[in-house]
Write a protein that binds this ligand. Structure first.
Ligand code: PMV
Ligand code: MG
Length: 361
């Protein structure tokens, strides 16, 4: 008999450091950083025969009948706002069946919308909410799974929903760490999802890589004590951008650009090494170059605010670029000098850009 207690879970946000857009092509790589602004959930089995789901992103809760997730077509004419959460519950119900567990209705409350005054931060709330829902249900049943399986399950949910992203956000939020991600062929996996059972899809090798990266990797034999002071900064433009739409716009620019994929791939690989070696000059070079490639790729990526965000770092010991799809949301920076951090934060403030998050690395 499972005890009916309230269980809490949380998931972080993410920001792209390098490799955005290029990562949409299978086999390309990106580096993505966890942002420790959290979404939280409370879950318990229902006292009644119904599911109740509430997210503070919306101002109402959803109540669903006990058998809702036994019906395969339930999501067709569904509450639009709660669609993603419900798809995650639906996939997890199938997963529980695989484990021979009884599907019982629950109450789940999600708080910590990653936004302010109705403007999203752009740190991956849709990916985060899917992973949070999955983690919540797993914890309700006392199930533990690997990060890899969490990544596959959450990607499964998003692919089923027709998401056109690379799943880099999911990779980062599943691992809650700075990661290197090499993307898989999503068309192939989407086809598998249509044809095969959940169990078979999860058992298939998707052919991707997720490796956790560490800035301050202490190498035991290292003689030169490289005490690089480095701070990660996220500047929020307060201009919400929709990745899905930007992807559709920028797609053709990627096809037309002869060297974009090759050039970005080289930068990402170099940055992976630079992070490991705490090599400031190489980090700066990679961030600058990747930023320039994005700026040249398509005019929609660098909004006026994002250009200002980067320009504000001129003559400071800081490198910066747009992050993710661009068009607004956040830009990222690495500062190698504490005084310069203060200067840039002040400059950003005057430009209407807010320091959303910072972390010493
Ligand atoms: O703007 P974000 O953080 O959602 O990032 C989008 C990154 C893209 O490469 C443009 C799309 C993707 O899903 O990889
Ligand atoms: Mg974005």
């Amino acid at each position: 008999m499972l005890e009916n207690k309230i269980i809490t879970n949380k998931t972080c946000g993410k920001l792209y450091i390098a490799g955005e857009y290029s990562i949409l092509t299978a086999g390309q790589s990106a580096i993505i950083k966890n942002v420790n602004i959290f979404m939280e959930s409370r879950i318990s089995f229902s006292d009644t025969d119904e599911y109740t789901v509430f997210s503070d992103m919306f101002d109402y809760k959803l109540t669903l009948e006990k058998d809702t997730f036994n019906n395969e077509n339930i999501l067709q004419n569904f509450d639009k706002n709660y669609l993603l959460i419900c798809e995650a519950i639906s996939v997890m119900s199938e997963y529980l069946k695989l484990k021979n567990l009884e599907i019982k209705p629950f109450e789940m409350k999600i708080t910590g919308k990653m936004e302010r005054d109705g403007k999203k931060f752009g740190i991956g709330s849709s990916g985060s909410v899917v992973i949070l829902t999955i983690k919540s249900i797993l914890s309700l049943y006392n199930l533990e799974i690997s990060k890899e399986m969490l990544f596959k399950l959450s990607s499964y949910v998003l692919l089923k929903r027709g998401d056109n992203g690379s799943m880099g956000d999911i990779a980062c939020i599943s691992y809650e760490n700075l990661i290197f991600y090499r993307s898989f062929d999503r068309k192939r996996i989407r086809e598998l999802i249509e044809k095969e059972t959940l169990e078979d899809v999860l058992e298939t090798d998707w052919n991707y890589e997720i490796s956790e990266l560490y800035f301050n990797e202490k190498e035991p034999n290292r003689k030169d004590k490289n005490s690089l002071s480095c701070e990660f900064l996220a500047g929020w433009t307060k201009e919400p951008a929709i990745s899905k739409d930007l992807i559709n716009i920028v797609k053709s620019s990627i096809c037309e650009s002869e060297n974009f994929l090759k050039d970005v791939e080289e930068i990402v690989k170099k940055l992976r090494e630079a992070i490991k070696n705490r090599d400031k000059l190489a980090i700066k070079e990679c961030i600058d170059e990747n930023g320039k490639l994005l700026e040249n790729l398509d005019e929609n990526i660098y909004s006026k605010k994002l250009k200002e965000l980067v320009n504000a770092t001129k003559n400071l010991d800081i490198c910066a670029k747009s992050s993710g799809a661009g068009g607004g949301d956040c830009g990222i920076a690495f500062s190698f000098d504490e005084r310069d951090t203060k200067i840039v934060v002040e400059k950003w403030k005057k430009l209407g850009i807010e320091l959303l998050y910072s972390e010493k690395l």
